[in-house]
Design a protein around this ligand. Structure first.
Ligand code: SF4
Ligand code: SF4
Length: 170
């Protein structure tokens, strides 16, 4: 089992569950903003994505080293928008090969498509293309900026949670 990624996933779940309601709302807002930027990116990148679908049939989801593609913030984002996927993600992570590259464990029936909807995808999955994407560069930047903001906000929330605990035991 790829403990690295499992650990990141469980950390994302734990942090989401332990958030103060105010912090929970702030993170949900950022995740909704990312969701909007992903929708906009899918629209702008349609011609490039058609190539992925019809020419390669999702080559980029095969033979991957998933630890380099997905991480903690992606799980925070996905769980925020689709909390029902919690158990399925955990179960699929049990099949992760952390030594070798392999077809992505998040491909439905091992063939695809991805179990995550097109506008609720991990950052690297949705912003990486094998060709120049001039018509979508602004939207790619917006998605990346959203995930950056999410990373900062999670750090801030964790610090605030720590301070609240210190206040309580004083
Ligand atoms: S990004 Fe390029 S290599 Fe990957 S699936 Fe799309 S067209 Fe194929
Ligand atoms: S998470 Fe989805 S889009 Fe990303 S590599 Fe896996 S199957 Fe492909």
């Amino acid at each position: 089992m790829g403990m690295g990624l499992v650990h990141e996933f469980r950390k994302a779940r734990r942090i989401r569950q332990s958030l103060h309601p105010e912090d929970g709302l702030a993170l949900s807002r950022i995740c909704k903003q990312i969701h909007d930027t992903e929708k906009a990116l899918n629209l702008a990148a349609r011609p490039y994505l058609n190539r992925c679908l019809h020419v390669c049939q999702g080559l980029c989801c095969r033979n991957v080293f998933l630890n380099e593609i997905i991480g903690f913030e992606d799980f925070v984002y996905i769980l925020s928008l689709m909390p029902d996927l919690d158990v399925e993600i955990e179960n699929r992570l049990k099949n992760l090969n952390r030594l070798y590259t392999a077809d992505c464990i998040f491909l439905k029936d091992s063939r695809g498509p991805c179990i995550f909807p097109a506008d609720i995808r991990p950052e690297v999955c949705i912003t990486s293309f094998c060709i120049e994407t001039p018509n979508a560069s602004r939207q790619i930047g917006a998605v990346k900026w959203g995930f950056q903001k999410l990373a900062w906000s999670v750090r801030l929330c964790r610090t605030r949670t720590l301070f609240r605990k210190i206040e309580l035991i004083r």
